[in-house]
Design a protein around this ligand. Sequence first.
Ligand code: GCU
Length: 667
Amino acid sequence: AETGYDLWLRYQPVEAQWRERYAARVTHFTAADGPTMLAAAGELRRGVAGMLGYDPARREAVTGDGAVVLGTATSPLIAPLGLPLTRLGAEGYLIRSAVIQGKRVTVIAGNEEVGVLYGVFRFLKLIQTRQPLDGLDISDAPKLRVRVLNHWDNLDRYVERGYAGQSIWDWQKLPGHKDPRYTDYARANASIGINGTVLTNVNANADVLRPEWLAKVKALAEVFRPYGIKVYLTARFSAPIELSGLKTADPLDPQVAHWWKAKVDEIYRVIPDFGGLLVKANSEGQPGPSDYKRTHAEGANMLADALAPHGGTLMWRAFVYAAENPDDRHKQAYAEFQPLDGKFRDNVLVQVKNGAIDFQPREPFHPLFGAMPKTPLLMEVQITKEYLGFATHLAYLGPMWEEALQADTYRPRKGMTVAKVIRGVAGVANIGSDMNWSGSQFDQANWYAFGRFAWDPEAKAEPIAKDWAAMTWGNDPAVTGPIVAMMMASREAVVDYMTPLGLGHLMATGHHYGPGPWVSDLARPEWNPVYYHKADAGGIGFDRTATGTNAAAQYAPEVAANFADRKRVPERFLLWFHHLPWTYRARSGRTLWDELIVRYDRGVDAVTGMEASWKALEGKVDPRRWAEVRDFLAIQRDEAGWWRDASIAYFQSVSKRPLPAGHAAPA
Ligand code: GCU
């Protein structure tokens, strides 16, 4: 039975009317040896076997029509064609229908072998999505250099904020046993162009830097290497103390710098193409340079200097907010990092969450984007749905990422969207040991979409959903149509039933799954939902204009003016920036109180609608996956109702306003 293990690489047989057409274009193939070319060839064979039902032969030469010619610019069959490959960079590819020695062939070429691998996945996708293979002239290259997953995986296989089982890294059996699943993981990532993976949690355990663990990391790196995926690790800033008994981890102490240099040299002896280190410092209790009164730049640069001789990268997170800082949490990362622009080494990437605070269902873009022009920034998103209903709630995150990437920073001028100012993307993985990898069938779409947006931050969520749906659920438009419609509306539904109108951080303590807008007794004020919604008898919302914390002023003047004006701010951010009376008129003409309730109802209705759409697909998709989705939608429907009813009941206890006519009281 279908479990979802094959992800979007299911390679199911094509319909009869396509089979002959495709088979004529893939009669045999040519490819050099070399690990990445073998991976590319292996994928081609696997895809053709699944979709067309035969194993295409590998030949030394083109022996007839229908050859697929795999190779780089210097391959003997490809070099004479003079293809315009140079502008495609190290990872781009070109797929072209061509004639070689009088035979009609398809060339899949890249400057490097990894481009060929990416090209093969694209070629197979043409078949998966029933595109013609004639007259092909496709070229593509990633727009961003850094496209990495961040696994928040602990060494004991517990995945922080993971909802898909244990970590897939089976450390106990490594390096002796390389689970074939690691190869499937690499295939899935390569199919969407992901080129790096941070294996360990940002709340880091220094032990992974010990020699016996590095041997395990090396084994994973060996599996991933042919697929163009580099391995990275998180570094605990206090590791010199914990692993070697140094008295300090002060980044300006020569002994400390020496320790890291030796450690990094050791890592590169074990893994010559190691990607680099990722650090969460002085955030939520993690050690860091501030412990020694040093700046983030001083901390990052010390590690960057150790990595630089090896070509390694240091990713340093900007997710900081301090218990002792009474200022609006929205403002803290900007306040701390923006003044450091220009102070980081060239091989430092500052990793900034997409939103100003923390992975909420909706947030305005982080004010650091565009504000550090001398520092390459990564945008970090959470693929795992910590704040969007874990794996049971269906929420396709493509529209959320499109919204963040298309936000205009106006820095230095209009049109400079987040997509245009970043150098790369990091995604907190939603991958675990569950049979279906992501905890649910539909959460696979978020992994898929992450890769697509990392490859092309100008991409659009809907065509990505269409591709995914066709590859994952089959090509019947009667199936993909409703599925794409469900996906495209799903994230907005979650926003509506959890955090409508620009609210955020209303989740219950610790797990962040259910509602908790009433929570007010946590030691750190900025962990309490009441800190964020500020609802009282008079109204609701967080005043981040000049009369409040003035966080809006961290954005470019044009953006700030927009956010700070209650008439111009997009309604989706209304209560993020404004505290307004319950009687305030929403754009619908309703009072804010009534509008809030309309949004909660709308969210629940959207889930009921998804459930009905899915029920209508019974028998059109395989029963096991269908039943899993049906069950999860029922859970989501119940819990959307729980979110709505609990939230409204709480807000009513402060607003003291009657429920509007037409709102169904909770059952
Ligand atoms: C969130 C999340 C934590 C995580 C943190 C981070 O706050 O709840 O589990 O460690 O983000 O991004 O570092």
